[in-house]
Design a protein around this ligand. Structure first.
Ligand code: FAD
Length: 492
């Protein structure tokens, strides 16, 4: 297959590798004959991630980006050697796990070498006394959860992409699972890990539950999206499987009442594992058969754990919902959510109709949450070409929420798909910042939000840039992400 015939959408920053034969020889020396490829079919397979616009491009025969080599290392020292070689040769390197990033995180927009982590898939140890599991980071999420489940445990981390994402990707994008209100997000679960720096040095952080040992250097690598190091092994907290699970749902008159009810529950120090608020549009879409939720806002709860505590949590959750005029809708809506929670056919049904569709999750404190919600809906309604904008709220804290917007539309005749996509993203992000929110809750920055980083971080941003420069002076590791405004043609 000749890839020259394909249009590459992100090609502005591509670094030309002049002597590919030389690099091939070096990779062969590090990896042997079988663990690397430069065949067109393999390059094509790694030319996209799950950024939804790249689905439209695939249908149109366009590639989002194009790497030069794919590698499948089997141990840390091979990764270390690849990074040392890439530094000598000034070749970009992109860590790639399951490619479910939805912000362009794993796209090789500078070309170069892909390091696929899928061979790092072993569970190394369960320690029942410490309640931990130590595991290689390329492991598929569902395989990890099945392994734990068979032994009576759960990690509590169940993202919608459980079947198509890995531990390394979760750590890189600071992921959040559906049960996060009780079990926390991935950064609450990780205790220690091994990371390989851009210069090939291997660092280990011990799995200690907590310490007081100066600035938390280890935290720098969580959420770094493969730009500061490649995480190869990690120790996570685990939990015995819950004794009891209770399903509850209530509908509310409006989003404000649903916010007030859930906020009050959390103030009581009650943490249902799952809380999800669906706005009017999403309630109509997902729960159209629930009579008591007609023209209302549905909220589903799952309480789980020790059965006595679950009974008490249920009692308090119900009391708070009723205090805020909630109507009990029974457990059927929650069962429906359980059945459909991994279904994502909606997103892949749009590209054949040339609809540009995406989801954008953001964070807000409680006092700004309604402003963020209404601000985004209002501004997106006014953007030419937008046909739908809806939201649900899926991550909760005593201090605020993560809000998840879904939007779609058809670009006006004079606007390209990419331009329309960028306008949609920028309209949402601007409305969120105007209302006092934060630009990302759990999908990360990647390409789609990198040009907003300076605004988000203010004067602290220059120190992030300095940190990147210090750890990766040749900018070889996942260039074009987080720090560089790729959409505006900027450089790291
Ligand atoms: C249908 C769908 C549902 C989703 N649901 C959720 C959800 O519920 N919650 C959520 O948080 N996200 C969700 N996502 C987003 C996505 O699954 C996450 O961002 C996930 O964390 C990416 O993991 P991955 O293994 O696919 O990583 P990839 O996409 O391969 O890589 C993502 C980033 O991680 C870096 N990386 C990968 N491995 C390593 C490593 N070992 N060390 C350092 N850097 C590394 C890559 O360079 C890249 O920057 C969803 C995505 C889809 C498509």
């Amino acid at each position: 297959m000749n890839l020259d015939n394909f249009e590459i959408m992100y090609k502005e920053h591509r670094v030309e590798i002049h002597d590919k034969k030389k690099i091939e020889k070096k990779l062969q020396k590090i990896l042997g004959n079988n663990n690397f490829s430069s065949k067109s079919i393999d390059l094509m397979a790694y030319s996209k991630d799950a950024t939804l616009l790249s689905m439209n491009w695939t249908i149109e025969g366009k590639l989002a980006a194009l790497p030069d080599f794919i590698t499948w290392p089997e141990n840390s020292s091979q990764i270390s050697e690849i990074l040392k070689m890439a530094n000598e040769e000034k070749i970009p390197v992109v860590p790639y796990a399951e490619g479910s990033s939805v912000v362009g995180g794993s796209l090789p927009i500078y070309g170069g070498i892909i390091i696929d982590m899928k061979k790092f898939k072993e569970v190394l140890e369960i320690n029942d006394e410490n309640l931990t599991v130590t595991v290689q980071t390329g492991i598929n999420g569902m395989n990890l959860e099945r392994y734990l489940d068979a032994r009576g445990y759960t990690s509590g981390h169940i993202p919608q992409s459980l079947y198509t994402s890995s531990l390394g990707g979760w750590l890189a994008h600071k992921a959040a699972g559906q049960f996060s209100t009780k079990y926390g997000k991935i950064e609450d679960m990780i205790l220690g890990f091994e990371v390989i720096l851009p210069n090939g040095e291997i660092l280990e952080f011990d799995p200690i539950p907590r310490n007081s040992t100066g600035p938390q250097l280890d935290k720098l690598f969580i959420g770094a999206e493969g730009t500061l190091g490649i995480i190869t092994k990690a120790t996570l907290k685990i939990w015995p499987k819950p004794e009891k699970r209770t399903l509850i749902s209530y509908s509310f008159l409006n989003i404000e009442d649903s916010f007030a009810a859930t906020r009050t529950i959390l103030r009581e120090h009650i943490f249902p594992a799952v809380i999800r608020i669906y706005d009017h549009s999403e309630t109509a879409r997902h729960f159209e058969e629930v009579e008591k939720a007609k023209n209302r806002v549905m909220v589903v709860f799952v309480c789980e754990g020790n059965s006595k505590l679950v009974d008490l949590e249920e009692k308090i959750t119900r009391a708070m919902c009723e205090q805020h005029n909630g109507i009990d809708c029974g457990k059927t809506p929650v069962e429906h959510w359980f059945e459909t929670r991994f279904r994502v056919t909606e997103t892949s049904s749009m590209p054949p109709y040339k609809i540009v569709f995406d989801t954008i999750e953001v964070a807000s404190s409680w006092d700004n949450a309604a402003k963020v919600y209404h601000g985004v809906l209002n501004d997106m309604d006014n953007l030419k070409g937008v046909l739908m904008i809806t939201a649900h709220v899926s991550h909760f804290y005593p201090n605020g929420v993560g809000i998840y917007f879904s939007w779609g539309g058809v670009p006006p005749r004079e606007v390209s798909e990419l331009k329309f996509y960028q306008e949609g993203w920028d309209t949402v992000i601007k409305a969120v910042l105007d209302a006092g929110g934060s630009i990302a809750h759990h999908h990360g920055i990647g390409i789609n939000r990198s040009h907003w980083m300076e605004k988000e971080w203010g004067s602290a941003f220059k120190y992030l840039l300095k940190m990147k420069k210090m750890l990766d002076p040749n900018n070889i590791l996942n260039p074009g992400k987080i720090y560089s405004p790729t959409w505006k043609g900027g450089e790291a």
